[in-house]
Structure formats: C-alpha cells, structure tokens
Write a protein that binds this ligand. Sequence first.
Ligand code: ZN
Length: 143
Amino acid sequence: MHTTELKHGRTWLIRLDTDAPLYKQILDAGAELGIEAATFTLIGALQNVVVRYVDQEAKEYRDLELNQHMEMLSGVGNFSLKDGKPFVHCHITVAAEDGSAYGGHLHEEKPSLIFVTELWLQELLGDAPVRLFDERCGLALWQ
Ligand code: ZN
C-alpha cells in the first residue's frame, strides 16, 4: 500500500464546453486553476465515447470506440503528477439509447466530444502523488 495524506483545498462546480474533447477540457481546467492534486466527478452527455480497457496479461490497452450519442452516467478521476506535470486519470460509465451501459478508462488522445458535462472538482493540498512506471502492471502508478 502506498499512502499520501492530503487536505481538502478549493472546490469548484464547472460546466465544460460543448463540442470540446472531454479529457483535454478536464486537463485545461486543472491548468487554469493551478491544480496538481485533486479528485473529481462528472455527469453529462457525450457525442461519442472512446475508452480503453487494460489487458492484464498483455499489459496493454485496447480501445473501445462508441460512435453514438451517450449519456455519461458517471465519471470519476483524479489529478496527480506524471513526468513532472499534472496528469488526469479518469474512468467513465456511459449509457446508450436503450440504457445499456459501457465504460472504461477515458482515452487521453482519441477525443470523446462533450455535449454537456458538469464537473465537480475538489482540489487536494500537500505533496501531490507522483506516478512512476510499474514493471508488474505495465502502468504508471502512484509511488
Ligand atoms: Zn484507468
């Protein structure tokens, strides 16, 4: 177990921009507010969804592209530091027109475009957790 004690800082409710890529909007909000460590939740609707699934045997991500309008039932994530810069880790659960749910790790490069998104952002104060590459999992994990 790797534990980091942090204190609650500022809290924001933010409406993100329609037609903007979700991952980049979250990252940009953090940059604008000067955040290094935070937790957040999201609700809204997306115009398309690109998430990833980690194949634990191959230690690589597989992309899932959903080219349809989706409700974003829930998004949860955090900010920490990777390579000396703020990094966003976010998972989302989305629903199709018939209510069936999909989800995964929000893709950092392939955009999921916002229709409407409300972000509840909780800044955390103290030494931000730092992500370093972990050989066992093949992922950048908190140290
Ligand atoms: Zn993830």
